[in-house]
Every structure is written in C-alpha cells, then in structure tokens.
Design a protein around this ligand. Structure first.
Ligand SMILES: [Fe+2]
Ligand SMILES: [Fe+2]
Length: 193
C-alpha cells in the first residue's frame, strides 16, 4: 500500500483493542507532530512559496485531527496521557540522516513526511476495517483518506523541486530502511507505529 514494502501484522489491531486510551493518546501526539513538522518546514523553507501555500492548510488539518482524537477520548471517558518516546520516527530520522553521501535536507524531510503519512494511512486502514469498535472504524476511515492525500502532496512537492527519478530512487531506499526498522520494533497496541 502506498509503496510500503511490508504490511503491518494484522494482529496489531487485536493489541490496539486492548489499549484504546493508550493508542488514542499516541495517535493524538502523532497528529500534533505532523502539524509541528509542517510548521517547521514552512519556517525553514519560507523562500519556497509552494511549500508555504500547500503546507499552511495542512497544519490546520493536522491540528483538526488532534482535536478529533481528543473528542474520541472524551466520548469514551478517557484522558490524554503523556507523550511517549517515538521510537519509529526517531529511528527513521536517525537512519535516513546517517546515509552517506547525505541527501538534500529538504528532499529528506519531504520524503520522511511522505513515508510517515503512508505508514499511518496503512495502520488507519487496518483499524477502519477490523477494529471491534464500529465508531472507531468510521473515524479511522475518514482520517485514512486525509493522510493518503498528505502522502501524495509530500511526494508531489518533492518532485516539483527535485528530479522525479531521483525522488523515486531515494524514496525506494527509504522504504527499504523503514521495513528494516519496523521489523526490529516490537508490535505494540499502544503505539500507532
Ligand atoms: Fe493527520
Ligand atoms: Fe497527515
């Protein structure tokens, strides 16, 4: 799905069902980080008008997702916990940034964002299909469509600033690394990734 080289083990959904408060908490912070990451791209690359104009509405959208997750917690009488170490994203950033020769920083950041959107979208899809909580199925279906759009946008931006063939090659390499990282990380029901 969306170029990913490894599908998530479907047993992940069963683990999630046992830790709804934890997964919604982790998910809320994923949305917060997605908004923060777009703000940081806008601030760092303010001289690129397409980055500013296309990512400004995404900040709002991701923050809207954050609010939607809070609402899912509220209607279940659950509370937002503390943010946890994001092992998946940290390892992804670390591994990708240690590749030599280094890729252009903008290209790297756009593709890391595309990759995280793709994996989130894949996990949301699993929840939208198999989660026992039918309201959560609907919730994740909506978000899945939105994150798929973000994946496409980040790739499109990358291809507008860099040679499309280079973008495909670099992205393929990143997808490979992502598979290695995921296979090292424990499958946990309290983590979105
Ligand atoms: Fe989102
Ligand atoms: Fe997103």
């Amino acid at each position: 799905m969306l170029g990913l080289k490894m599908a998530t083990d479907p047993r992940w959904v069963n683990l999630v069902e046992k830790s709804i408060e934890e997964i919604l908490t982790d998910h809320a912070y994923c949305e917060q980080k997605a908004a923060s990451s777009c703000i940081s791209l806008i601030v760092t690359y303010s001289q690129y008008p397409d980055i500013v104009s296309s990512l400004t509405p995404i900040v709002e959208e991701e923050w809207g997702h954050f609010k939607m997750v809070l609402e899912e917690l509220r209607i279940r009488n659950l509370t937002l916990g503390k943010p946890r170490k994001d092992e998946y994203v940290n390892l992804l950033q670390q591994k990708i940034k240690s590749i030599r020769p280094q890729y252009d920083k903008l290209l790297t950041q756009l593709l890391i964002n595309a990759l995280i959107e793709a994996r989130s979208c894949e996990r949301f899809k699993l929840l939208s299909q198999y989660c026992a909580d039918l309201d959560l199925r609907k919730f994740y279906k909506k978000l899945m469509v939105s994150e798929a759009g973000h994946y496409t946008l980040f790739l499109k931006l990358a291809k507008s600033y860099f040679d499309p063939q280079l973008v495909d090659t670099v992205f393929d390499k990143m997808l490979e690394l992502e598979t290695q990282i995921l296979s090292k990380i424990d499958l946990r029901g309290d983590r979105m990734h």
